[in-house]
Ligand binder design. Sequence first.
Ligand code: HEM
Length: 416
Amino acid sequence: MLDHTINHGQQPLKFCPFSTEYSANPYPTLERLREGSPLMFWEEGRCWVVSRHADVFGLLRDPRFTTDRRTWEFAKPSEVEARCPEYAEMSKHSLFSLDQAAHARVRKLVSPSFTPRAIERLRPAIQHIVDEVLDAAAGKEILDVTRDFAEQIPIRAIGAMLNVPPERQAAFHRYADAMIRQLFPMLIRPEEVDGNFASIREGIAMIDDILEERRQEPREGDLMSSLLQAEEQGDRLSRRELQALVSSLIVGGSETTVHLIGFMVLNLLRRPALMEQAKDEPELVKSILEEVLRFDNFTRLGLTRYARQDMDFNGSHIRKGQMMILLLNSALRDPSAFPLPDEFDPHREAVTSIAFGNGAHFCLGASLARLEGQVAVSTLLRRFPDMHLVGTPIFGPHPVIRKLDSLKVALHASAR
Ligand code: HEM
């Protein structure tokens, strides 16, 4: 293995994004990258890493790069094609990998269903989910905010958005679990691979059934019904595209939102005065949410892009097919975009945030994530105003997310 170091007049720095130290606090490493090697070829990852805000922002909108992983120089036909062709076929239609005109076409059809106004209609359903989760926690002394709270909300919220009927909830959860696990195939044990694909197959068939039911009997204010009816100049979404959209919601909307809720709570627990203020000011919770998106970005590394052509970029030669990792966590702490970036300040002047990406692939679920974060954290504060941290938060070894594995709080003042 190559020993990649960054050296710019200080102690040589190893870029080890999978170390426990980086998980707990990646920011000193990222600062040194931004200052000394803002565009660096990382041998071990076989890709370029980009750490300054201006470069990341520019790259997100640069037509010379694509999100389509098949463009990567090391992409190989995956064995998934053979083991689960339904999954492979569906993935080709996912918003994350669709490109240019094909991507723009699907976005145009689905975007009206994800506007802040359309999503606001889900508020009572999200409130109901959060209340139910907290009812289950009410008898406890200690709550693990990650496992018992944050992880319980996003998939249920997506289920509510899709109106998954109660008798299909269990299969929907199995599907969501399997889809999320399939994102990190290296973590699936060989004996579990077939079972995982079986749950995916079952989930795809279930989505098809629900779509068929809605086709026969459309419902008012229902996402699947709206998507089935979505039409732009005679154009409609195909069955595969609808399946892929549901899977994109699961993949894009789960771990990211778990992270947001967990880190909102962690940042408040670390700042008791702010927490006191937030209890009475719902508007402040909104600003805290935006600052958490900046201050504690969910990625361990970042977003990926692949070069469509050879080019010169910031003085380096980038070859067609090379991968770029855009370090969102670094860009969002770049002092040239955010003065005093290491200070948590919910009253910052608004800067175009790239926490939800930018350009064509801007997060489709941004309004839903914001709604979930606000409702979840405001309700937690209201119901458990004396909640306080116990022990030390534990960060896990997740391959792509800076994962807060466990965050324990005592729910009542008596436990102080
Ligand atoms: C805090 C929570 C979230 C964060 C930080 C987040 C972040 C992002 C980012 C950075 C992108 C751009 C990816 C790229 O350019 O390569 C993205 C795309 C996307 N997100 Fe989110 N996301 C969150 C929640 C959600 C939710 C709740 C959903 C849906 C239920 C969702 C669905 C999607 C989809 C479908 C895309 C792909 C859009 C496209 O390619 O056109 N996300 N998200």
